[in-house]
Design a binder for this molecule. Structure first.
Ligand code: 3EB
Length: 316
């Protein structure tokens, strides 16, 4: 029961994300409803909260909650079929940058992107690639420090709905990390699309004393190539190896970051319910704590990818 939980918690909601479930309470913060079915578990909400009252902002499809330190924003952009997804994405990212400028949170920490039919073709190009073009176009000149200032990201396909983005941005800078086993996505060769995907593998945030690590959607990609096509078990294993390498690198910079901590949450996106058991079985033998995992059915940005895992590790 969301409203009872919030009333009892003694905290202030910064954002609520729901997976398939309607949110019946009205809250002074972004509320994001994603068409991503929960797999193999009881329904849960993702609740972001903070100790201080927030400032609330709403204008059209843009909603934000702010403290003195952090802004949580969401942008909902219905697609105009005449202009296409690249244009919709470029506009939405332009709006995101405008919001950050208006309220003085120039440093992007983390972005989540969701839109339907991610692997379908439109105007002769896969929709994920159109999305990457619009995102790149909006950010390349307007985001100071691009591409080194790009934050951790997720891009996952829903069944239906508008383009939905939610994001964290801060007043203070953060550290963006690459994965030693993977090429930076913003350096992918053109075989993956005319414009490269604009995200970092992880973002380490140390502004509040206790470090936090935002881990991007991580899949069975080594270098820039997809591995283990058609094999969900080996893809899950490769993904865990990638996560381990990434978290180890973050730990070199912030020793308090611990991959086995219960102060962590991971989201596992599985392309098809039929792979769930296999993926769960592999993850049971990994460092990921079963109680800290949420399984969702979502489409992934390369047709051959069957599983992707993102996470957040905190240290207090
Ligand atoms: C990959 O490694 C997998 O386009 O924002 C993962 C996380 C992936 C984020 C994005 C894409 C994105 O390329 C795909």
């Amino acid at each position: 029961d969301l409203s009872r939980w919030l009333a009892k918690s003694g905290t202030f909601p910064l954002a609520v994300v729901s997976f398939g479930l309607p949110v019946s309470v009205s809250l002074p913060c972004p509320v994001i409803q994603l068409d991503l079915p929960l797999l193999g578990g009881r329904s849960q909400y993702e609740v972001w909260c903070c100790d201080h009252p927030i400032r609330f902002y709403k204008h059209g499809g843009t909603v934000a909650a702010m403290t003195g330190v952090v802004l949580f924003g969401s942008i909902t952009a219905p697609e105009d079929p005449n202009t296409g997804l690249a244009h919709t994405t470029e506009q939405a990212y332009g709006e995101l940058l405008r919001l950050l400028r208006e309220f003085g949170f120039p440093h992007l920490w983390r972005i989540w992107n969701y839109f339907p039919r991610i692997n379908d073709e439109q105007h002769g190009l896969e929709r994920y690639r159109l999305f990457c073009m619009g995102r790149h176009h909006a950010l390349t000149d307007a985001l100071p420090g691009f591409p080194g200032s790009l934050p951790a990201g997720t891009a996952v396909g829903t069944q239906r709905g508008p383009l939905q983005m939610y994001f964290l941005a801060g007043a203070q800078p953060v550290t963006h990390l690459g994965n030693p086993r993977q090429l930076n996505a913003y350096e992918y060769p053109e075989i993956y699309g005319p414009r490269s995907p604009s995200f970092a593998r992880a973002t380490l945030c140390r502004s509040e004393g206790a470090p936090q690590l935002f881990i991007s959607g991580t899949a069975s990609v080594v270098g820039h190539q997809s591995r283990h096509e058609g094999l969900p078990d080996l893809q899950a294993l490769e993904t865990v190896t990638n996560l381990r390498a990434l978290i180890d690198r973050a730990q070199d910079l912030a020793p308090a970051i611990d991959r086995g901590t219960s102060h962590s949450v991971f989201k596992v996106y599985v392309r098809n319910q039929k792979y769930l058991e296999t993926v769960q079985h592999v993850l049971q033998g990994s460092f990921l704590l079963p109680s800290r995992l949420l399984y969702l059915q979502g489409d992934l940005c390369r047709k051959e990818l069957l599983v992707e895992i993102e996470g957040l590790i905190t240290t207090d």
